[in-house]
Ligand binder design. Sequence first.
Ligand code: SF4
Length: 342
Amino acid sequence: MSLATEKQNMSTDKTSAAAGPLISVEGMKKYFPIRKGIFSRHVGDVKAVDGLSFEVGHKETLSLVGESGCGKTTAGRTLLRLLEPTAGKAIYRPDGREIELFKLSGKKMKLARRDLQMIFQDPYSSLNPRKTAGNIVGEALRVHGIAKGAELEDRVEQLLVRVGLRSDSFNRFAHEFSGGQRQRIGIARALALEPRFIVCDEAVSALDVSIQAQVINLLKDLQDELKLSYLFIAHDLSVVRYLSSRIAVMYLGRIVEVGTSQEVFQNPRHPYTQALLSAVPRPDPKRKMQHIPLTGDVPSPMNPPPGCHFAPRCPVAEKHCHESYPETKQLSPTQAAACHLL
Ligand code: SF4
Protein backbone atom coordinates (compact mmCIF):
# COMPACT_ATOMS: atom_id res chain seq x y z
CA MET A 1 0.00 0.00 0.00
CA SER A 2 1.41 3.43 -0.89
CA LEU A 3 2.15 6.00 1.79
CA ALA A 4 -0.55 8.26 0.36
CA THR A 5 -3.17 5.47 0.43
CA GLU A 6 -2.28 4.51 3.99
CA LYS A 7 -2.63 8.13 5.01
CA GLN A 8 -6.06 8.20 3.39
CA ASN A 9 -7.08 5.21 5.49
CA MET A 10 -5.63 6.62 8.68
CA SER A 11 -8.93 7.35 10.31
CA THR A 12 -11.97 5.30 9.50
CA ASP A 13 -13.99 6.01 12.59
CA LYS A 14 -14.46 9.77 12.29
CA THR A 15 -14.58 11.28 8.86
CA SER A 16 -16.56 14.16 7.51
CA ALA A 17 -16.39 16.70 4.74
CA ALA A 18 -14.58 19.11 7.01
CA ALA A 19 -13.37 22.44 5.72
CA GLY A 20 -11.34 24.86 7.80
CA PRO A 21 -7.88 25.08 9.24
CA LEU A 22 -5.52 22.13 9.08
CA ILE A 23 -5.16 22.12 12.89
CA SER A 24 -7.59 23.51 15.47
CA VAL A 25 -6.73 23.39 19.15
CA GLU A 26 -9.35 24.18 21.77
CA GLY A 27 -8.70 24.59 25.48
CA MET A 28 -5.57 22.45 25.50
CA LYS A 29 -4.17 21.92 28.99
CA LYS A 30 -1.09 20.12 30.17
CA TYR A 31 -0.67 19.93 33.94
CA PHE A 32 2.16 18.06 35.64
CA PRO A 33 0.96 16.77 39.03
CA ILE A 34 3.04 17.53 42.11
CA ARG A 35 3.07 14.66 44.58
CA LYS A 36 4.43 14.64 48.11
CA GLY A 37 4.88 12.30 51.04
CA ILE A 38 5.15 8.52 51.27
CA PHE A 39 1.66 8.09 49.80
CA SER A 40 2.50 10.38 46.85
CA ARG A 41 -0.40 12.63 47.71
CA HIS A 42 -1.43 14.97 44.89
CA VAL A 43 -0.79 18.44 46.33
CA GLY A 44 -0.93 20.63 43.25
CA ASP A 45 -0.10 20.98 39.58
CA VAL A 46 2.44 22.71 37.42
CA LYS A 47 0.11 24.30 34.88
CA ALA A 48 2.54 24.38 31.96
CA VAL A 49 -0.22 24.84 29.36
CA ASP A 50 -3.45 26.23 30.71
CA GLY A 51 -6.26 26.37 28.15
CA LEU A 52 -4.61 27.11 24.82
CA SER A 53 -6.75 27.64 21.71
CA PHE A 54 -5.32 28.34 18.26
CA GLU A 55 -5.56 27.33 14.62
CA VAL A 56 -2.99 26.65 11.94
CA GLY A 57 -4.21 26.95 8.36
CA HIS A 58 -3.11 25.02 5.30
CA LYS A 59 0.34 26.21 4.18
CA GLU A 60 0.40 28.66 7.06
CA THR A 61 3.01 29.35 9.73
CA LEU A 62 1.77 30.18 13.19
CA SER A 63 4.58 31.23 15.50
CA LEU A 64 4.23 30.64 19.21
CA VAL A 65 6.51 33.06 21.05
CA GLY A 66 7.27 33.92 24.65
CA GLU A 67 10.05 33.80 27.21
CA SER A 68 11.58 30.54 28.40
CA GLY A 69 9.23 28.76 30.76
CA CYS A 70 6.00 30.11 29.24
CA GLY A 71 4.91 26.64 28.11
CA LYS A 72 5.37 26.90 24.35
CA THR A 73 7.53 23.78 23.96
CA THR A 74 5.14 21.81 26.18
CA ALA A 75 2.28 23.03 23.96
CA GLY A 76 4.00 21.74 20.79
CA ARG A 77 4.78 18.39 22.37
CA THR A 78 1.30 17.99 23.79
CA LEU A 79 -0.27 18.74 20.43
CA LEU A 80 1.71 15.88 18.86
CA ARG A 81 1.02 13.75 21.94
CA LEU A 82 4.67 13.34 22.82
CA LEU A 83 3.13 14.40 26.15
CA GLU A 84 -0.39 13.29 26.98
CA PRO A 85 -2.81 16.23 27.29
CA THR A 86 -4.65 16.89 30.54
CA ALA A 87 -7.68 18.37 28.76
CA GLY A 88 -8.78 19.94 25.51
CA LYS A 89 -9.32 19.04 21.91
CA ALA A 90 -7.07 19.03 18.83
CA ILE A 91 -8.63 18.50 15.41
CA TYR A 92 -6.50 17.63 12.39
CA ARG A 93 -8.17 18.04 8.98
CA PRO A 94 -6.38 16.33 6.11
CA ASP A 95 -8.23 15.99 2.78
CA GLY A 96 -11.61 17.04 4.11
CA ARG A 97 -11.52 14.53 6.96
CA GLU A 98 -11.64 15.46 10.62
CA ILE A 99 -9.48 13.58 13.12
CA GLU A 100 -9.51 14.20 16.86
CA LEU A 101 -5.89 13.70 17.76
CA PHE A 102 -6.38 13.46 21.52
CA LYS A 103 -8.83 10.56 21.08
CA LEU A 104 -6.71 8.41 18.76
CA SER A 105 -5.51 5.04 20.02
CA GLY A 106 -1.74 4.50 20.15
CA LYS A 107 -1.78 2.66 16.82
CA LYS A 108 -3.75 5.34 14.99
CA MET A 109 -1.66 8.10 16.56
CA LYS A 110 1.44 6.36 15.21
CA LEU A 111 -0.10 6.56 11.74
CA ALA A 112 -1.10 10.19 12.27
CA ARG A 113 2.48 11.05 13.21
CA ARG A 114 3.50 10.41 9.62
CA ASP A 115 1.67 13.62 8.82
CA LEU A 116 2.62 15.49 11.99
CA GLN A 117 6.33 15.81 12.55
CA MET A 118 8.70 17.75 14.77
CA ILE A 119 12.06 19.45 14.33
CA PHE A 120 13.86 19.68 17.66
CA GLN A 121 15.81 22.54 19.13
CA ASP A 122 19.26 21.24 19.76
CA PRO A 123 20.83 19.63 16.70
CA TYR A 124 23.62 18.29 18.95
CA SER A 125 21.48 16.31 21.38
CA SER A 126 18.58 15.43 19.07
CA LEU A 127 20.73 13.32 16.72
CA ASN A 128 22.60 10.21 17.83
CA PRO A 129 26.28 11.04 17.08
CA ARG A 130 27.08 7.36 16.53
CA LYS A 131 24.54 6.98 13.72
CA THR A 132 25.12 8.01 10.12
CA ALA A 133 23.01 10.71 8.50
CA GLY A 134 21.55 7.99 6.24
CA ASN A 135 20.49 5.89 9.24
CA ILE A 136 18.94 8.85 11.03
CA VAL A 137 16.93 10.08 8.06
CA GLY A 138 15.96 6.58 6.90
CA GLU A 139 14.88 5.29 10.31
CA ALA A 140 11.25 6.41 10.04
CA LEU A 141 10.96 4.88 6.54
CA ARG A 142 12.25 1.60 7.95
CA VAL A 143 10.12 1.66 11.12
CA HIS A 144 6.94 2.36 9.14
CA GLY A 145 7.86 -0.29 6.54
CA ILE A 146 7.73 2.25 3.71
CA ALA A 147 11.04 1.59 2.00
CA LYS A 148 14.10 -0.61 2.34
CA GLY A 149 17.33 -1.47 0.55
CA ALA A 150 18.23 0.53 -2.53
CA GLU A 151 14.87 2.35 -2.60
CA LEU A 152 15.40 3.59 0.96
CA GLU A 153 18.93 4.74 0.13
CA ASP A 154 17.66 6.60 -2.93
CA ARG A 155 14.94 8.36 -0.99
CA VAL A 156 17.28 9.33 1.82
CA GLU A 157 19.89 10.68 -0.59
CA GLN A 158 17.23 12.78 -2.30
CA LEU A 159 16.14 14.16 1.07
CA LEU A 160 19.71 14.99 2.08
CA VAL A 161 20.25 16.85 -1.18
CA ARG A 162 16.90 18.63 -0.82
CA VAL A 163 17.92 20.11 2.52
CA GLY A 164 21.23 21.34 1.11
CA LEU A 165 23.61 18.51 2.08
CA ARG A 166 25.84 16.54 -0.27
CA SER A 167 24.49 13.18 -1.38
CA ASP A 168 27.63 11.49 -0.06
CA SER A 169 26.60 12.64 3.45
CA PHE A 170 24.68 9.35 3.75
CA ASN A 171 27.57 7.45 5.34
CA ARG A 172 28.96 10.25 7.50
CA PHE A 173 28.32 10.18 11.23
CA ALA A 174 26.23 12.92 12.84
CA HIS A 175 29.19 14.12 14.95
CA GLU A 176 31.10 14.93 11.75
CA PHE A 177 28.62 17.69 10.80
CA SER A 178 28.43 21.31 11.94
CA GLY A 179 25.42 22.60 13.94
CA GLY A 180 23.70 24.00 10.84
CA GLN A 181 24.29 20.78 8.90
CA ARG A 182 22.94 18.73 11.78
CA GLN A 183 19.80 20.81 11.83
CA ARG A 184 19.44 20.12 8.10
CA ILE A 185 19.64 16.38 8.92
CA GLY A 186 16.88 16.97 11.53
CA ILE A 187 14.77 18.67 8.86
CA ALA A 188 15.38 15.81 6.39
CA ARG A 189 14.33 13.34 9.10
CA ALA A 190 11.11 15.29 9.67
CA LEU A 191 10.41 15.32 5.92
CA ALA A 192 11.02 11.60 5.36
CA LEU A 193 7.37 10.61 5.84
CA GLU A 194 6.01 13.44 3.67
CA PRO A 195 4.28 15.31 6.52
CA ARG A 196 1.74 18.10 6.16
CA PHE A 197 2.36 19.76 9.51
CA ILE A 198 5.63 20.30 11.37
CA VAL A 199 6.22 21.65 14.86
CA CYS A 200 9.55 23.51 14.69
CA ASP A 201 10.55 23.67 18.34
CA GLU A 202 13.14 26.47 18.66
CA ALA A 203 14.52 24.98 15.45
CA VAL A 204 17.06 27.75 14.86
CA SER A 205 17.69 29.02 18.41
CA ALA A 206 20.91 27.06 18.92
CA LEU A 207 22.44 28.24 15.62
CA ASP A 208 24.64 31.23 14.75
CA VAL A 209 22.73 34.19 13.29
CA SER A 210 24.00 33.68 9.71
CA ILE A 211 23.13 29.97 9.85
CA GLN A 212 19.72 30.82 11.35
CA ALA A 213 18.89 32.84 8.22
CA GLN A 214 19.90 29.96 5.95
CA VAL A 215 17.78 27.44 7.86
CA ILE A 216 14.78 29.81 7.92
CA ASN A 217 15.11 30.29 4.15
CA LEU A 218 15.24 26.53 3.73
CA LEU A 219 12.09 26.06 5.85
CA LYS A 220 10.32 28.73 3.80
CA ASP A 221 11.32 27.12 0.48
CA LEU A 222 10.19 23.70 1.72
CA GLN A 223 6.88 25.16 2.82
CA ASP A 224 6.23 26.63 -0.63
CA GLU A 225 7.32 23.49 -2.44
CA LEU A 226 5.69 20.86 -0.23
CA LYS A 227 2.68 22.91 0.97
CA LEU A 228 3.62 22.47 4.61
CA SER A 229 2.06 24.09 7.66
CA TYR A 230 4.31 25.02 10.57
CA LEU A 231 3.84 25.69 14.26
CA PHE A 232 7.08 27.61 14.80
CA ILE A 233 8.08 27.86 18.45
CA ALA A 234 10.61 30.55 19.35
CA HIS A 235 11.58 32.86 22.21
CA ASP A 236 13.06 35.46 19.87
CA LEU A 237 10.51 37.60 18.02
CA SER A 238 13.05 38.85 15.48
CA VAL A 239 13.52 35.26 14.27
CA VAL A 240 9.85 34.67 13.48
CA ARG A 241 9.08 37.85 11.55
CA TYR A 242 10.10 36.64 8.11
CA LEU A 243 8.57 33.19 8.41
CA SER A 244 5.26 33.79 10.20
CA SER A 245 1.81 34.30 8.73
CA ARG A 246 0.46 34.86 12.24
CA ILE A 247 2.00 35.15 15.69
CA ALA A 248 0.60 34.01 19.05
CA VAL A 249 2.30 35.42 22.14
CA MET A 250 2.28 33.15 25.20
CA TYR A 251 2.66 34.05 28.84
CA LEU A 252 2.53 31.51 31.64
CA GLY A 253 0.68 28.81 29.75
CA ARG A 254 -1.85 31.07 27.98
CA ILE A 255 -2.01 33.05 24.76
CA VAL A 256 -2.16 36.78 25.58
CA GLU A 257 -2.16 38.14 22.03
CA VAL A 258 -2.58 36.77 18.54
CA GLY A 259 -2.54 38.52 15.19
CA THR A 260 -1.01 38.57 11.74
CA SER A 261 2.73 39.10 11.68
CA GLN A 262 2.13 42.68 10.47
CA GLU A 263 -0.39 43.44 13.25
CA VAL A 264 1.82 42.08 16.01
CA PHE A 265 4.96 43.84 14.77
CA GLN A 266 3.41 47.17 13.79
CA ASN A 267 0.60 47.52 16.30
CA PRO A 268 1.17 45.27 19.33
CA ARG A 269 -1.70 45.77 21.79
CA HIS A 270 -0.82 43.69 24.84
CA PRO A 271 1.75 45.24 27.23
CA TYR A 272 3.72 41.97 27.26
CA THR A 273 3.96 41.90 23.45
CA GLN A 274 4.98 45.56 23.51
CA ALA A 275 7.72 44.82 26.03
CA LEU A 276 9.01 41.84 24.02
CA LEU A 277 9.02 43.88 20.82
CA SER A 278 10.74 46.86 22.38
CA ALA A 279 13.79 44.64 22.87
CA VAL A 280 13.92 43.60 19.19
CA PRO A 281 16.48 45.57 17.13
CA ARG A 282 14.76 47.48 14.27
CA PRO A 283 16.30 47.89 10.84
CA ASP A 284 14.68 51.34 10.39
CA PRO A 285 16.17 53.84 12.91
CA LYS A 286 13.19 56.22 12.35
CA ARG A 287 10.79 53.59 13.71
CA LYS A 288 12.30 53.43 17.18
CA MET A 289 10.20 51.95 19.95
CA GLN A 290 10.55 53.02 23.53
CA HIS A 291 12.33 50.28 25.45
CA ILE A 292 9.99 48.71 28.01
CA PRO A 293 12.10 46.75 30.50
CA LEU A 294 10.72 43.42 31.64
CA THR A 295 11.67 43.09 35.28
CA GLY A 296 11.76 39.82 37.18
CA ASP A 297 11.28 36.31 35.87
CA VAL A 298 8.20 34.57 34.56
CA PRO A 299 6.35 33.47 37.76
CA SER A 300 6.12 29.78 38.58
CA PRO A 301 3.32 27.96 36.72
CA MET A 302 2.88 26.02 39.96
CA ASN A 303 1.56 29.08 41.67
CA PRO A 304 0.51 31.71 39.10
CA PRO A 305 -0.26 35.21 40.43
CA PRO A 306 -3.95 36.03 40.92
CA GLY A 307 -5.77 38.06 38.28
CA CYS A 308 -3.77 38.81 35.14
CA HIS A 309 -0.70 36.61 35.37
CA PHE A 310 1.42 39.41 33.87
CA ALA A 311 0.34 41.96 36.51
CA PRO A 312 3.43 41.68 38.80
CA ARG A 313 5.65 42.66 35.84
CA CYS A 314 3.31 44.87 33.86
CA PRO A 315 4.40 48.54 33.68
CA VAL A 316 0.79 49.76 33.32
CA ALA A 317 -1.00 47.39 35.72
CA GLU A 318 -3.98 48.78 37.64
CA LYS A 319 -5.58 47.59 40.86
CA HIS A 320 -8.21 45.37 39.22
CA CYS A 321 -5.53 43.66 37.10
CA HIS A 322 -4.50 41.81 40.27
CA GLU A 323 -8.07 40.64 40.90
CA SER A 324 -9.47 39.09 37.71
CA TYR A 325 -8.03 37.47 34.62
CA PRO A 326 -8.88 39.61 31.55
CA GLU A 327 -11.10 38.27 28.81
CA THR A 328 -9.70 37.97 25.30
CA LYS A 329 -10.96 40.85 23.18
CA GLN A 330 -11.24 40.72 19.41
CA LEU A 331 -9.50 43.86 18.11
CA SER A 332 -9.69 43.17 14.37
CA PRO A 333 -10.82 40.17 12.34
CA THR A 334 -7.38 38.66 12.92
CA GLN A 335 -6.01 40.30 16.09
CA ALA A 336 -7.07 39.58 19.67
CA ALA A 337 -5.53 40.22 23.08
CA ALA A 338 -6.31 39.60 26.74
CA CYS A 339 -5.86 42.83 28.71
CA HIS A 340 -8.22 44.88 30.91
CA LEU A 341 -7.01 48.14 29.37
CA LEU A 342 -8.14 47.30 25.83
FE1 SF4 B 1 -1.10 44.75 32.34
FE2 SF4 B 1 -3.50 44.77 33.52
FE3 SF4 B 1 -3.33 44.39 30.89
FE4 SF4 B 1 -2.52 42.48 32.57
S1 SF4 B 1 -4.59 43.23 32.32
S2 SF4 B 1 -1.46 43.19 30.78
S3 SF4 B 1 -1.66 43.70 34.22
S4 SF4 B 1 -2.75 46.22 32.03
